[in-house]
Ligand binder design. Structure first.
Ligand code: NAD
Length: 353
């Protein structure tokens, strides 16, 4: 039976393909903008400079200081650079860190955003911004945060190292996983997520063996778009909360933390959500979604243990306490013991029962 739903509409224009980077100048012009500040991490500065060159008179500078978890000091320096250059939009070239910086500038200045994602993290289709100040990360949602245009160029993902490819894809799969049981799920996000599971299941094993396979790269980026769209249109739950706690309070790396947690958060909620996770069982070929994701992660050589990401056994109690402190969407009741057990399993990297 089709359940009642509300679908809020898709606000972001998407250009997807190979060689689409060349279309960024037209997309800036289409927005009625003519003075772009190009953003990147220090590692991708050369790519940002080349894009600024391609934008010609439509670029007024490059700010290559984007960092993980969007520290406000970096944002303040970038907003100052934006104002000093007389910019009227940002072009964010990179992963979630660069997209986050573009969003932080946009929500403070009203800048339009053209995002060119080069990982599968999935920030580009969302109205969510996480920022770090004084060692604490806070997250908020607001329409002013959502980018106007996303240009997906498959060619830019060919250089993504295999380890980050796998971890970033599991980060994306986590958005779909929680989307399947989100209270505000709708047929559009469900269909996109289902399709994304199939595409990732097909593409990732190919990319582990052949990272520059163009068809698999196209499938993976398409899947990332579907997962990002889901993240941007429904409410996330336990998995994202725990990843946020481990990243924000313990400094664990973003994509890898999502990758390790995913089978365990799935196992926690699976008994309560039943058939809603059928698309994951179907895509990853195990009787439970949790086991399917764990075996898939292992086969793709993803990290499996929080212990390997820098968490210590002494951190587990505090992590469980922070995680149960604030209420959030929960298909299965959250108990301190249940979360502590989940974290222990993720710490040890065992296959969830
Ligand atoms: P990242 O953006 O920090 O990128 C990791 C590293 O890989 C960087 O050095 C980057 O320059 C490099 N890199 C990126 N693409 C590359 C490529 N194609 N080839 C070679 N190197 C490349 O990592 P991420 O996992 O994409 O993003 C993590 C950040 O995004 C976190 O801060 C997280 O909170 C945020 N995020 C936010 C949302 C949201 O909706 N607000 C969603 C997902 C992630």
């Amino acid at each position: 039976m089709t359940r009642p739903f509300v679908f809020p509409g898709l606000a972001t224009r998407v250009v997807f393909g190979s060689g689409t980077l060349a279309r960024v100048p037209d997309e800036v012009a289409r927005l009625g903008r003519s003075r772009a500040l190009v953003l990147s991490t220090p590692q991708q500065q050369a790519q940002a400079q080349a894009l600024a060159g391609a934008l010609g008179a439509r670029a007024v500078g490059v700010f290559a200081g984007a960092m993980m978890h969007t520290p406000v000091e970096v944002t303040e320096a970038a907003v100052a650079a934006y104002a000093a250059a007389g910019a009227d939009c940002v072009v964010s070239l990179g992963g979630g860190s660069t997209t986050g910086l573009g969003k932080a500038i946009a929500t403070r200045s009203g800048a339009d955003q053209v995002v060119v994602p080069t990982t599968y993290a999935g920030s580009e289709m969302t109205d969510i911004l996480g920022e770090t100040a004084g060692g604490e990360k806070t997250t908020r949602r607001d329409p002013s945060i959502r980018p106007e245009v996303v240009v997906y160029d498959v060619d830019l993902t060919l250089t993504l190292p295999v380890g980050l490819t796998v971890a970033s894809a599991l980060n994306a799969i986590a958005h779909a996983m929680e989307g399947f049981y989100a209270p505000d799920r709708n047929p559009v996000t469900e269909a996109l997520s289902r399709d994304a599971m199939q595409a990732f299941a097909r593409a990732l094993p190919v990319l582990v063996a052949d990272p520059v396979n163009p068809d698999a790269r196209a499938d993976a980026l398409y899947a990332a778009w579907g997962c990002s769209t889901t993240l941007g249109h429904v409410t996330m739950a336990l998995h994202h909360k725990l990843a946020h706690v481990l990243g924000g309070s313990f400094g664990l790396p973003h994509a890898e933390t999502h990758a390790v947690l995913l089978p365990h958060t799935t196992a926690y909620n699976e008994p309560a959500v039943g058939a809603l996770l059928d698309p994951i069982r179907a895509a990853f070929g195990q009787p439970t979604a949790a086991a399917g994701l764990w075996h898939f992660a292992k086969a793709c050589h993803a990290p499996l243990r929080l212990a390997d990401l820098g968490l210590t056994a002494a951190d587990l109690d505090r992590a469980a306490e922070i995680a149960v402190r604030n209420p959030y969407a929960k298909p299965r009741p959250i108990t301190r013991t249940g979360i502590r057990d989940l974290l222990q399993n993720a710490f040890d990297g065992v296959c969830p029962a």
